[in-house]
Write a protein that binds this ligand. Structure first.
Ligand code: NAD
Ligand code: UFG
Length: 351
């Protein structure tokens, strides 16, 4: 895809103090790099329940800039309030949340408690401190099984697991908040499938257990940590029978947050954007691309479908392109090369 990053070149916004909840995690750490490289000050709040502080040390190494880090739980009202009070925060990017679909089916209360309570505490603290600019990490999972692809932002929603419903509920809470007070500026970003890593291999995705998602699983097979990939079904109505998804390079995704912040600064309101590439690739296509990038063979076995999986999901990202001047510009070869470099250089993750 072609490059288009109007916001970045023009330096349209002044330096901001940006609070990243969940900023030590996979997408948050990559977003830290982009924000720091664009001259913003970054404050991270993360309880490290699914990440390691080492990710932020690596971000500092990459950028040569400092991050202010608070190892705190987002549900702790007084501590979140203190952070907002003490740092004259201009905007919040709200990544913090639990994200495993399977775990959310087993532990729905934990998921609703963490994701929704955390958001309520954050919004109350923001309101109390007059901070009203927010970018929220939502997910394409809110669309459930789409009736048509590519998916536009106005497509019907209908997630079918507690994780997805927690995302939709939060979107609705934030919408109600905005309707009650139009001085809030909120971007709801619906990510498709974030993959890849920062080039250079210093930061990347570091699942704490067995990976749930395709790309980290393939990476761990390639590096010899796992014996073989299981492909969940080859009997879908897709060109090769395996599931089709919209794999977006995490650096493209990270850049989208900067564009969203710039948009909120110049054109306030509440708005929803799909952040995807607009292209769908099958599981087998991703395996082939990874084999090419890594020079390793990925042994796999076709097994039954995974409950809750859908055949095909990819974005229509044209609204984000039109309004944010943002487009994904890295393809699956770059995704696989960067994911492999991270995995190869860090076979045990951040340990
Ligand atoms: P991640 O688990 O790597 O990052 C989330 C971070 O939030 C972690 O560092 C975790 O420690 C922190 N956290 C969780 N609960 C917290 C709490 N109560 N207080 C403080 N910190 C807390 O996940 P990620 O892949 O970087 O995802 C970031 C966001 O994007 C999440 O909200 C996720 O639901 C959303 N999202 C992710 C994907 C994906 O496939 N990775 C897709 C769509 C949406
Ligand atoms: N897959 C396999 N084997 C695996 C893992 C996955 O064959 O070991 C297949 C799945 O069946 C699917 C495709 O690879 O066809 C992608 O699966 P992922 O688990 O990587 O991603 P999903 O599309 O299922 O879900 C992800 C996140 C969700 C998020 C959604 C949309 O896990 O949280 O993308 O953004 F909501």
């Amino acid at each position: 895809m072609e490059v288009q990053h109007k916001g970045h070149d023009g330096g349209q916004t002044e330096t901001m103090n940006i609070l990243l909840t969940g900023g030590a995690g996979y997408i948050g750490s990559h977003t830290c790099v982009i924000l720091l490289e664009h001259g913003h000050h970054v404050i991270v709040l993360d309880n490290l329940c699914n990440s390691k502080a080492a990710s932020l040390k690596r971000v500092q190494k990459i950028t040569g800039k400092n991050i202010l880090f608070y190892q705190k739980d987002l549900r702790n009202k007084s501590e979140v309030n203190e952070i907002l009070k003490n740092h004259s925060i201009d905007a919040v990017i709200h990544f913090a949340g639990l994200k495993s679909v399977a775990e959310s089916v087993d532990q729905p209360l934990r998921y609703y408690q963490n994701n929704i309570d955390g958001t309520l505490v954050l919004c109350e603290a923001m309101q109390a401190n007059g901070v009203k600019n927010m970018v929220f990490s939502s997910s394409a999972t809110v669309y459930g099984n789409p009736s048509t692809v590519p998916i536009k932002e106005n497509a019907p929603v209908g997630p079918f697991n507690p994780y997805g419903r927690s995302k939709l509920f939060i979107e609705e809470i934030l919408t109600d908040l905005y309707l009650s007070d139009k001085s809030w500026n909120i971007a709801l970003l619906r990510y498709f499938n974030p993959v890849g890593a920062h080039p250079g291999g210093l930061i990347g995705e570091d699942p704490s257990d067995l990976p749930n998602n395709l790309m980290p699983y393939i990476s761990q097979v390639a590096v010899g940590k796992l014996p073989q990939l299981q492909i969940y079904g080859d009997d879908y109505e897709t060109p090769d029978g395996t599931g089709v998804r919209d794999y977006i390079h995490v650096m493209d995704l990270a850049e989208g947050h900067l564009n969203a912040l710039e948009k909120l600064a110049s054109d306030p309101g509440l708005v929803t954007y799909n952040l995807g590439t607009g292209k769908g690739y099958s599981v087998l296509e991703m395996v082939t691309a990874f084999e090419k990038a890594s020079g390793k063979q990925i042994p796999y076995k076709i097994v039954g479908r995974r409950p809750g999986d859908i055949p095909t999901c990819y974005a229509d990202p044209s609204f984000a392109e039109k309004e944010l001047g943002w487009m994904a510009r890295r393809g699956i070869d770059e995704v696989c090369a960067d994911a492999w470099q991270w995995q190869y250089m860090n076979p045990k993750g951040y340990v």
